[in-house]
Design a protein around this ligand. Structure first.
Ligand SMILES: Cc1cc2nc3c(=O)[nH]c(=O)nc-3n(C[C@H](O)[C@H](O)[C@H](O)COP(=O)(O)OP(=O)(O)OC[C@H]3O[C@@H](n4cnc5c(N)ncnc54)[C@H](O)[C@@H]3O)c2cc1C
Length: 535
């Protein structure tokens, strides 16, 4: 097909996920002419709200928010563009024994609840919370930092590393020790050092495995636990919350700010190829043949999509491509979204109540969690999975018809690679396993389901372009973080092709609705191209 030439832009952003939109907004605020091209019919990528069933506006993928960088909320004035975060109150864990554990945002009540299970743990909980806040304070500035490059002569990078070293030296011995443990231990082993209550350890360790193909006893998961803890001390919201209108409303608020700054945004515009000439990206070709030229191409798609599917063969050197191929995706999660006629009724705490307004976690014990991983290790979905549920309609009734509810179930493990059969064959069996598991605690569930949507890792790959269905565009394991994300030597949003940049969650600081990758990438683009303006 003959290519048709269109207008020329300073920058094209591939993908209208929240990071792509953040990058576009910052570039446009600095005076650049920017075009965002999103392949789906709707903006947001994995931070998206869709009317999956009539009247039910579902956060199909991500469902809660915490880490969105306060500087982005401020710079882009997101509340004026519709961003509103509503509190998510605590975590309720039903137990097979008929008891439960309910941690609330109210520290004193949580302490009393833990005391009911173990007076020793109630004491330890205060100490633990203090230690985690200190650790999070130490690590948190890294989220807003371009990683240094220890593999090259990078003076500003060395200065940042030295600063980090100084801050490490200023920690107490105990804090230094805790930090090293967090970086190396498994979530369950680390929590064993603090607590004795099994259900408490299991529920807390769950944040250590989200988005990884690791079990709660696998080394390295303690750090992921900290990654999720960081939002809890965030100056902006201080805890996890719902976005009014679903997580897609976050992306739409960012899109609003981007459009106001002059960004042009097109949906249903899949990029088929990134044009490369003389070692530079010069524009893109859309499916259908339209060619659009730009000085800079910023891709929010993951590295496998960007470098192996969109870049023409032969334009990247072998070493770099080997690094891209080594980057681990290994999707391990799925999602089951249910439209309900009424609220689930938990045997251990019957009736509607505040316990349903937060997260409801199926994580009754550490062994349960590890067995869920055992299924996945050998190529099957967990027969009794870890499930993190929320009922957003209790906090934001606008997302469903009056009196109806949404039960959003994040499920692990759902390994991308199955030993037998395909995900298309197993989708309904997976959905059944999730519903059977929840029904053990809330027996009325089956009767109140109006509709169900089962999202498998294969769906995440096919529909959201997330390679192997990894929810974070690549595992958040230690060997893939900071200056190693996504490829050692290429962690600073640049790529071996001049004027091609990455800005998605495959780059530092990684997954979650943070916007940090988009902002940091845009600032690096501006640095390279003589940036200025208001960014
Ligand atoms: C099931 C699930 C649950 C999650 N839960 C949470 C949660 O509760 N809280 C949280 O903070 N995080 C959660 N996450 C993670 C979080 O949603 C992601 O890390 C984040 O949304 C990624 O944003 P991004 O902009 O970097 O990338 P993406 O959202 O992946 O955006 C990339 C965009 O690029 C587009 N694209 C790809 N290829 C092309 C192409 N060739 N042409 C044009 N466009 C293209 C894609 O369609 C997509 O819109 C979850 C993710 C999933 C999948």
């Amino acid at each position: 097909m003959t290519a048709r030439m269109a207008a020329r832009y300073d920058a094209i952003v591939v993908g209208g996920g929240h990071n792509g939109l953040v990058a576009a907004a910052y570039l446009a605020r600095a005076g650049r002419k920017v075009l965002v091209l999103e392949r789906r019919h709707v903006l947001g990528g994995a931070a998206v709200t869709e009317e999956v069933f009539p009247g039910f506006h579902i956060s199909v993928c991500s469902y809660v928010v915490s880490l969105l960088r306060p500087e982005i909320i401020r710079d882009l004035d997101l509340p004026r563009h519709g961003l509103e975060i509503l509190p998510l109150d605590g975590t309720f864990t039903p137990m097979p024994s008929g008891d439960h554990l309910w941690r609330m945002n109210d520290h004193a009540r949580t302490r009393r609840e833990i005391y009911r299970h173990s007076p020793t743990d109630a004491e330890a909980y205060d100490e633990y919370a203090k230690a985690m806040v200190e650790m999070a304070r130490f690590v948190k500035p890294i989220l807003s930092m371009v990683p240094p490059d220890p593999f090259s002569f990078d003076l500003p990078g060395f200065a940042r590393l030295a600063d980090l070293g100084q801050r490490f030296r200023r920690l107490t011995r105990g804090q230094q020790h805790s930090l090293l443990q967090l970086m190396t231990m498994s979530a369950a082993d680390m929590l064993d050092q603090w607590f004795e209550t099994d259900v408490l350890k299991a529920t807390m360790s769950a944040s250590g495995i989200i988005g990884t193909f690791l079990g709660v006893r696998s080394p390295g998961t303690a750090y992921v636990l900290l990654h999720h803890y960081m939002g809890e001390i965030d100056g902006a919201f201080r805890s996890w919350g719902f976005s009014r209108g679903g997580t897609g409303a976050i992306s739409l608020a960012i899109a609003g700010a981007a459009r106001e700054a002059g960004v042009e945004i097109r949906t249903e515009s899949p990029v088929e190829r990134i044009e490369v000439a003389g070692g530079r990206a010069t524009g893109v070709v859309l499916k259908g043949g339209d060619e659009i030229r730009a000085d800079v191409v910023v891709s929010s798609a993951d590295p496998r999509v960007t470098f192996e599917k969109l870049c023409p063969p032969g334009t990247l050197d072998g070493d770099f491509l080997r690094g891209v191929r080594r980057f681990k995706f290994r999707g391990s999660s799925g999602k089951v979204n249910l439209a309900l006629d009424a609220l689930p009724d938990f045997t251990c705490l019957p009736g509607p109540g505040a316990h349903l307004r937060g997260a409801v976690s199926v994580s009754p014990g550490v062994e349960y969690m590890e067995r869920a991983y055992d299924d996945a290790k050998y190529g099957d979905f967990s027969r009794r999975p870890y499930i993190d549920m929320v009922i957003p309609t209790l906090t934001d009734p606008s997302v469903a018809p009056p009196g109806k509810h949404i039960l959003s179930c994040f499920v692990q493990y759902a390994p991308y690679k199955l030993r037998e059969g395909t995900w298309d064959e197993k989708r309904e069996a997976f959905g059944d396993a999730v519903i059977d598991t929840i029904a053990e605690y809330a027996p009325n569930l089956r009767k109140i389901i109006l509709h169900r949507q089962v999202v498998t890792p294969l769906d995440l790959e096919r529909e959201w372009s997330l390679s192997e269905g990894n929810i974070f565009q690549g595992e958040l394991s230690l060997e893939q973080l900071f200056f190693l994300r996504p490829v050692p030597g290429w962690a600073r949003y640049r790529t071996p092709l001049r004027s091609l940049y990455l800005c998605g969650s495959a780059t530092h600081p990684g997954g979650g609705i943070m916007g940090a990758s988009g902002r940091l990438a845009a600032l690096e683009v501006l640095k390279d191209t003589g940036g200025g303006g208001r960014a």
